[in-house]
Design a protein around this ligand. Structure first.
Ligand code: LMR
Length: 334
């Protein structure tokens, strides 16, 4: 085939123009940031993730696109940390109970009856020792950017009576992937079973397990109260989150993008933490109003009995967690 010089020039021109426009497009393309989590959108974490998207896209218009995937849509527990390390997602916010493969220190948060209330949890998280934990998994590739609250945990079963530790003897409980929680239920003479969050409803419904522990918000949004008979307001522990990112990806971001995302995270954290208390209060009331599971209150004596029964767990994990860290957390109660 024979080309005239003008045809060659125009062909070159077209391909040059195409190359230029596609590289310009590439430069203009927003950075896609995937935020995956396991709970419903109307929960504290679900709301925090949506707020992060809103603020990040407002502060960095055209530069970032945040895609939020709730309800274990992309990955469930266990898989999401691997996905983060592989770069398949950029943000996750697992419960603090789910990090024990990466650090023993964060297990602190699972010690039963460690914190008196969510204000104490917050004080500890904002302390120097609390903040240090955010970077405690950096050598494993995980960088914590913030703590997000959910709330205190309550206990539920498919039995009529749930007042004292002896009422759960021999029962099977679903737990998060945490050795401390496993020890907690063993101390009660119960049988713990580690299960992903997305499998809990069915496990309760079919009787694979008799009970579980969770916040009002998770119980309501997953309808656990529809497949449990009794929920006791034990407040024996906490479910909170660490928002983590892939440390290498984060450090490789352009400075302006990282700064914008940091700002968005700070705003989303404030919002999520304020929502957490409201949503748990609302969901507790919705559970009471639904009248499906009975909600029982505990007396001071009941609480003391649960506390005593779970006490052996502390000694078992003190060496792993560090006595200094436990003391710092306890100091936040005052
Ligand atoms: C659970 O597995 O029960 C919770 O950690 C779920 C969540 O993310 O709140």
């Amino acid at each position: 085939m024979k080309f005239t010089s003008s045809r060659i020039l125009s062909a070159l021109g077209i391909s040059l123009a195409f190359a230029l426009s596609s590289s310009a497009l590439a430069a203009d393309k927003p950075i896609v940031i995937k935020f995956s989590h396991v709970v419903a959108a109307k929960t504290p974490k679900g709301q925090g993730a949506l707020k992060f998207k809103e603020v990040a896209e407002k502060l960095l218009p055209g530069k970032v696109e945040v895609q939020v995937f709730p309800n274990s849509q992309l990955f469930g527990d266990g898989k999401e940390m691997e996905a983060l390390l592989l770069g398949d997602v950029q943000f996750i916010a697992p419960s603090l109970s789910k990090f024990d493969r990466y650090t023993k220190k964060v297990q602190l948060f699972d010690l039963p009856f460690l914190f008196d209330d969510m204000e104490a949890v917050d004080r500890f998280q904002q302390s120097d020792k609390g903040k240090e934990l955010l970077s405690s998994m950096k050598n494993r590739g995980l960088l914590g950017l913030a703590y997000w609250h959910n709330g205190m945990k309550e206990l539920s079963t498919n039995k009529d009576r749930l007042q004292r530790p002896e009422d759960v003897k021999g029962l099977k409980f679903r737990i998060q992937a945490s050795d401390v929680l496993e020890a907690q239920f063993r101390a009660l003479g119960a049988n713990p079973q580690k299960l992903a969050f997305s499998e809990v409803y069915q496990a309760l419904q079919t009787g694979v397990v008799d009970g579980q522990e969770n916040t009002w918000s998770n119980i309501y949004s997953q309808k656990f109260h529809e497949v449990q008979k009794t929920i006791a307001e034990t407040n024996h522990g906490v479910i909170d989150y660490m928002v983590v990112t892939n440390a290498q990806w984060w450090e490789g971001l352009p400075d302006d993008i990282r700064a914008g995302l940091e700002k968005a995270m700070a705003e989303a954290t404030e919002y999520a933490n304020a929502e957490a208390a409201k949503l748990n209060k609302r969901d507790k009331q919705l559970i009471v109003d639904a009248g499906k599971a009975k909600v029982v209150q505990l007396s001071k004596e009941d609480v003391a009995a649960w506390r005593k029964a779970m006490e052996p767990v502390w000694k078992k994990f003190e060496a792993d967690i560090g006595a200094d860290l436990i003391q710092a957390a306890q100091a936040a109660n005052k």
